[in-house]
Design a protein around this ligand. Sequence first.
Ligand code: M6R
Length: 609
Amino acid sequence: MCGIVGYVGKKDGVDILLDGLSSLEYRGYDSAGIMTLNNTRGNNELEGISICKTKGRVDNLAKNAKQMGIVGNVGIGHTRWATHGEPSDVNSHPHLDSTNTIGVVHNGIIENYLDLKDSLLKKGYHFLSQTDTEVIPNLIKDYCNQTGDFVDATIKATAELKGSYALAVVDKDNPDEMIVTKKDSPLVIGEGEGEFFIASDIPALLKHTNKVYILEDNEFAKITPDNIVFFDEAKKRIEKKYKEIDWSAEAAQKGGYEDFMLKEIFEQPTAIRKTIGNRLDKDNLIAELGITPEYIKSIEKIYIVACGTAMNAGLSGRKIIEKLLKIPTEVDIASEFRYREPLITEKTLVITISQSGETADTLAALRLAKKSNAKTLTITNTIGSTISREADFVMYTQAGPEIAVASTKAYNTQLVAMYCLAIAFAKALNLDYNDLDKELESISNKIEIALQKVDNIKDIAKQMYNAHDMFFLGRGNDFPVAQEGSLKLKEISYIHSEAYAAGELKHGPIALIEKDTFVVCIVTDNTLLDKSLSNIQEVKTRGAKVVLITDQKVDKKYYDYLIEVPQCSSIISPMLTVVPAQLLAYYIAKDKELDVDKPRNLAKSVTVE
Ligand code: M6R
């Protein structure tokens, strides 16, 4: 949930660390810190180590670090999403051992830290913070005292850790090197000319290099400015080749937009075109995945498992899979799935969806499926992520880096990936797919038209931003969009909102509708039009103000505000109708003068349970 960075080189690394932390701030932004070694200047009160930590955002840290005049050729940095211990200067990373020799930044959770702390306290180590992380530098120091070797000590210390971690470790006694390792939390290393960069994700490295090593669980790297050596827990050398990443550095910048979220909303047509690519030609997608028609025929049941927005994408995925393939499909929240003893057999296909490819619950669900002998297919945006490495079949979305915490283009590319998958499976089984491939080819043009109506949505948002409660309604294919629209609104505007299947409202929640309650209704399915309109009538009668998102011709008496989208086959319409819902949430949050890209309490990548 936190972001970590590191620099090992010959120039001053402070700006590189601060810049890297800014681009990782989406992972957490309660507090931040950096620490440098080697040719340090600034607050050298710790003799050879400069450290600056502060509660709040990376901007604060940058100001403080500049004031202190910190420099250094080797450094680590951290932006935090607090788990153990409130956000405060002292709980911020990096953490040092009691002798101020070993410095550590950590992303993850150490589950056995209380036991470790207890035994370290008995040995005379002392602790300043309430974090789980502080045991790590002390444990490494303890092993350094025993072995006299920084690498051996780090290996031995990490063998004692239970939980998840990505770690960058520095040692004042070895001031031009860094050791990094990971388990169940991501860590990547970029290679430059005589320098290396460490980060929690690839976009944070792109300004410096596109040569990226992806560290696997329980692997270690010892990094000096001119060399990197990989090894395992037995100190056995591992040969690793870097991947050349083709995302551009600009893709991770705002590019003239006020916020990443707005930029990412507008990038959707392109991201969708890229995700479709030539996957719908012939049997391209089936070949890319390495799946045979015989295997598809053998599938008796599909589970789609994910969290949050990715789960909402799965809800639309189920509809198209069941419609085209007639395979019973269940969608589950990963944190529930992993503990509910789902009925998985070897004829079950478990599809996980994850933008980051690192979500802890989704990863656990995938591992459970594999343990139960099911095949696993993952839809992810992140090359080399843990989930992508562990799944049997991987389908990459081509959203490019998504920086805003609220997912928009990743969601839409997850949808199109699900649709492509269902169509490709249908083709492989010689089933009808109702020319949906052609419909998909034209969806980006329709989204571009919907995006041109942004001023209308801005005006509507101005009427809505003072609301305390809202409802989102939809039937059939429109219901998952209602759920996603409602989630988007909650996340970034902090307005309480509920999504309901429109027909369900009168079974209870309609009691909450009062005069002027805003109800956003999504209506695309003309076979259900009359029923949807009756439900709208029910809330209007009770004084609700209706915002209607539709591709149908609807009489004015049913709505107060209208957002029209181009006509589209209802089954794939979520890709289109979600766009005004995203924009509505965005402009409502802007009207409330909120930080749209970094909403309170949230982190983009949820690598803890
Ligand atoms: O990286 P993932 O797709 O696995 O993340 C899953 C959810 O945490 C994520 O979609 C979350 O709900 C977003 N913040 C929603 O905008």
